[in-house]
Design a protein around this ligand. Structure first.
Ligand code: HEC
Ligand code: HEC
Length: 211
């Protein structure tokens, strides 16, 4: 019994010693990411990107950022502007950049579309579309659209509606080859495949103002 207590105390001491080291390591990574992100800021800004076709990265889930940067670097996800940016990144650069963008709080997004279209978006986001087997987006992306970091489910709220709409269409177009991209891509591709253009538009307008 005494032995067990002693051993527990030992683990506790160890945890107390290691915790500050872990926090310190993450802060170092964020700082280093900030330096490395100078070039990214030209397009992605800090809280918000300058062009609505370029995604905001602030407060984005870290695992998702890491996954996407690997996908661009390895040529699995392609984009004329972005692919060349990722080509020269090391694994450490990717970790640091993801830690940095994840640490920046986002600005609140604004709703810009008509009420009718926002309501349709909200309905699908919260309840899915039962007849067509579309699951509620909220179950993976959360009530505030912040995603679930450890699973790589991204933050989708406060994003430019133009970017989101392009992305949903891309998932839909990629349906036939979805399994060759990644497990997570296949999840989102199967969902987008069942949405009409109007529904994708409604969702992207709703998400822009969600927070
Ligand atoms: C010349 C403009 C430009 C620069 C510079 C740039 N990006 Fe991008 N980035 C884009 C565009 C455009 C997209 C959207 C691609 C798409 O639609 O698939 C993108 C997408 C991304 C994504 C995916 C986000 C998501 O929500 O899926 C990440 C992550 C990213 N960029 C990180 C970076 C990082 C880190 C840097 C700096 C090393 C960087 N970008 C530099 C234009 C740029
Ligand atoms: C079962 C979980 C799940 C559900 C339900 C779900 N998603 Fe996703 N979503 C994901 C995953 C995983 C990804 C990342 C896919 C990847 O790696 O490309 C994602 C990515 C996205 C992206 C891309 C974000 C970006 O920055 O590029 C958007 C937009 C999105 N989802 C919107 C929706 C909408 C709208 C719905 C409801 C119609 C929905 N999702 C339902 C899991 C889910």
């Amino acid at each position: 019994m005494r032995h067990e207590l002693f051993s527990r105390a030992k683990y506790l001491c160890l945890a107390i010693l290691i915790l500050p080291i872990l926090v310190f390591a993450n802060e170092e990574s964020i700082k280093s990411g900030e330096q490395k992100a100078m070039i990214c800021t030209a397009c992605h800004g800090v809280e918000k990107s300058v062009n609505p076709e370029w995604p905001n990265l602030s407060q984005q889930s870290k695992k998702y950022l890491v996954d996407q940067l690997h996908a661009f670097r390895d040529g699995v996800r392609k984009n004329a502007l972005m692919s060349s940016q990722a080509m020269g990144l090391s694994d450490k650069d990717i970790q640091d950049l993801a830690a940095y963008y994840n640490s920046i709080p986002s600005e609140k997004g604004k709703l810009k579309a008509d009420e009718e279209i926002i309501t349709l978006g909200q309905q699908i986001y919260r309840g899915g579309i039962y007849d067509r087997g579309v699951p509620a987006c909220i179950s993976c992306h959360g009530p505030k659209g912040l995603g679930i970091d450890r699973t790589g489910y991204p933050k989708v709220s406060g994003q430019h509606s133009i970017y989101t709409l392009n992305r949903l269409k891309n998932y839909k177009d990629g349906y036939d080859l979805k399994d060759s991209v990644s497990k997570n891509y296949a999840i989102m591709s199967s969902i987008s495949f069942r949405l009409s253009n109007l529904e994708m538009k409604a969702l992207s307008e709703y998400l822009q103002g969600l927070y």
